[in-house]
Design a binder for this molecule. Structure first.
Ligand code: CLF
Ligand code: SF4
Length: 290
């Protein structure tokens, strides 16, 4: 049985458990991504598998040792999360890793983060493996807006550009959220706030994902990179205003630390990633998939 939203509010740092000093470890096992967010600097999570790309991520079978070491150094870790560096459903690595965690570390909360393109068709796997908390990044629920944030999707081997791709992405995200939420998995939705693109769309997203079954909403400020490098990042007042608007419809998480895909420790308080991973992931600043 998955932890309920109420359980997670005490034990999961990203669902309210930050009050209790709950920590998390991210296992960077997922190379490659299947969508093309216009703000994403794809130096490591490119859809193409380039030499050297996969070597920087962890293999599922390496995770047991990593977890043992991490729990030894930081006993506050309650959550094993997989949040990249690419998409967790674009390959089977995340699901295979969670299978190992379920068997070897049954007390850890299993947390997964995805862009949701394949969530609807992989919902059974996510449910069967016993994911406790699932985050889906939904940056728009209107394809015209989504297209401004995402250039294309790679769907069943086909590259689908612009609005057509955006339609499929949004449909699959919402369908996927409905399936996993109705199976009892607690769903968080992340939105990357780009004021001039989706700033006026936040209420609509919050309302739509709540109706689909999400429990909590996290608004992440854009880090201007890649195609959106010249776009203005939101200031604190923009983020506050967006959170206030969203909170009319859904609980809002306000303590996000924009963790890297290889973060280890209590968010905002301790960071052991250097000791655990020797910073094998060569990424600079990342927006989070968490
Ligand atoms: Fe990691 Fe994300 Fe799970 Fe948390 S992070 S996969 S839900 S265990 Fe948390 Fe970090 Fe913010 Fe993410 S503070 S970036 S919301
Ligand atoms: Fe993929 Fe995440 Fe980058 Fe978007 S931000 S392209 S989902 S890796």
């Amino acid at each position: 049985m998955s932890n309920t939203y109420k359980d997670l509010q005490n034990s999961h740092p990203c669902f309210g458990g930050h009050k209790n000093n709950a920590g998390r470890i991210h296992l960077p096992v997922s190379p490659g991504c299947n969508i093309a967010c216009r703000f994403c600097d794809r130096t490591i999570n490119d859809v193409e598998e380039r030499p050297g790309v996969t070597s920087k991520v962890l293999k599922p079978e390496e995770c047991e040792d990593i977890l043992t070491k991490a729990l030894d150094i930081c006993p506050d870790i309650r959550v094993a999360g997989i949040a990249g560096p690419g998409d967790t459903l674009a390959t089977d690595n995340a699901i295979n890793t969670f299978r190992i965690i379920k068997e070897k570390f049954p007390n850890l909360i299993k947390c997964m983060s995805t862009n949701g393109l394949l969530l609807s068709e992989r919902a059974e796997d996510v449910i069967d493996i016993g994911i406790d908390s699932l985050t889906v990044t939904v940056n728009a629920v209107d394809p015209v807006i989504e297209e401004k944030l995402n250039a294309y999707i790679i769907y069943h081997g086909e590259k689908i550009d612009g609005i057509e791709g955006a339609k499929i992405l949004i449909k699959n995200q919402l369908e996927g959220i409905r399936k996993v939420a109705s199976a009892g998995i607690t769903v968080k939705v992340n939105t990357v706030l780009v004021p001039e693109i989706n700033g006026d769309h936040i209420e609509e997203i919050a309302k739509t994902v709540k109706e689909a079954g999400a429990s909590i909403y996290n608004i992440i400020p854009l880090i201007p990179q890649h195609e959106l490098k010249d776009v203005k990042a939101p200031v604190c007042a923009d983020i506050d205003a967006a959170r206030t608007k969203a909170s009319k419809y859904i609980d809002v998480f306000r303590h996000c630390q924009h963790c890297r895909a290889d973060a280890v420790g209590v968010p905002g308080k301790s960071e052991f990633g250097d000791q655990i991973y020797q910073r094998r992931l060569n990424v600079k600043e990342t927006f989070s998939h968490g």
